[in-house]
Design a protein around this ligand. Structure first.
Ligand SMILES: [Zn+2]
Length: 294
């Protein structure tokens, strides 16, 4: 039996690696899907529904990201992560991407680490199984798991580096999974992100709010903002981008139709990377629903 990087979401014990999945000492088993990810969601967490982005949303996101127009963010993230790992002298990091989606940034970081000669373990978690199925096709060099970001099957203080990119965040859970002096990188849209898209959708476009969260047990250590102007060509690619944004749900039918008529979209993109250092080791607290807390 080989100890894995993960713990059992039912009882909190270490998970051992089996040929087709994972098992804990209490014989709770989690099978790896044929596509390569493992589902750690419990029936009590899903209530019979399939949570997270559906296949159509995942495909749209994947197709858009594969155009390379957000490469700037991927490159910036990789550069900052590698800079920090080297400064800290961490050759074999444990990295957790909380809300990895279809894995574009996670797989990009894995490739950049490999190229930089940095090994270690990477885990990508998302609540959408469709997203994980797509992520598996990007790389098998990451352990992909379907899980709630609020209850991840990872031991207290496991991660050196925690990523949270355009994803929901849980202050308490992030504090639990990150070790003392570990780094949290959160990514938000910058104020001017997709301004050109909003100029088509709205009479009076507005800038995004600048995010700056004070997180309990974390010290904010800096911000990197990067931006560019990109041209999205083709109605389908513009629709794919649109469907990734909150405006997709908020725009009027007239505004959506106006956008659908565009064959080309020129827009600013802007990303805000926020850096936080974890101040102390997590306590003994177990995830909700685990044994010992019933
Ligand atoms: Zn168990």
């Amino acid at each position: 039996m080989v100890k894995s990087e993960l713990i059992c979401p039912i009882c909190g014990r270490e998970l051992e690696t089996l040929p087709g999945g994972f098992r804990c000492k209490n014989r709770h088993t989690f099978d790896r899907a044929a596509k390569g990810y493992t589902n750690f969601l419990l029936p009590s967490q899903t209530k019979g529904k399939i949570p997270g982005d559906n296949k159509q949303m995942v495909d749209a996101r994947r197709d858009f990201l594969d155009l390379g127009l957000y490469r700037l963010l991927s490159d910036t993230l990789n550069r900052e992560a590698i800079r920090w790992l080297r400064a800290e002298g961490i050759a074999s990091p444990r990295i957790l991407d909380a809300g990895c989606g279809e894995g574009y940034y996670t797989a990009g970081l894995r490739a950049a680490l490999d190229e930089a000669g940095i090994g270690g373990s990477m885990v990508g978690m998302d609540i959408s199984k469709f997203a994980l199925a797509a992520a598996c096709r990007r790389t098998r060099g990451v352990e992909w798991g379907v899980a709630s970001l609020f209850e991840m099957p990872v031991e207290n203080g496991w991660a050196d580096l925690l990523l949270n990119i355009f994803a929901p965040y849980s202050e308490e859970e992030f504090g639990r999974v990150l070790r003392k002096n570990g780094l949290l990188i959160m990514v938000f849209p910058g104020p001017r992100h997709l301004y050109g898209l909003k100029e088509i959708l709205y009479e009076v476009p507005y800038e995004n709010d600048v995010k700056h969260y004070q997180l309990k047990d974390f010290t904010f250590t800096g911000r990197v903002t990067v931006g560019d102007t990109v041209t999205v060509t083709g109605a389908q690619n513009i629709q794919n981008l649109f469907s990734m944004t909150p405006y997709y749900w908020k725009s009027s039918p007239e505004a959506s139709a106006r956008l659908a008529r565009q064959e080309s979209l020129v827009t600013e993109i802007q990303f805000d990377l926020l850096f936080y250092r974890k101040e102390k080791n997590p306590g003994k607290r177990k995830m909700p629903g685990r044994e010992g807390k019933k």
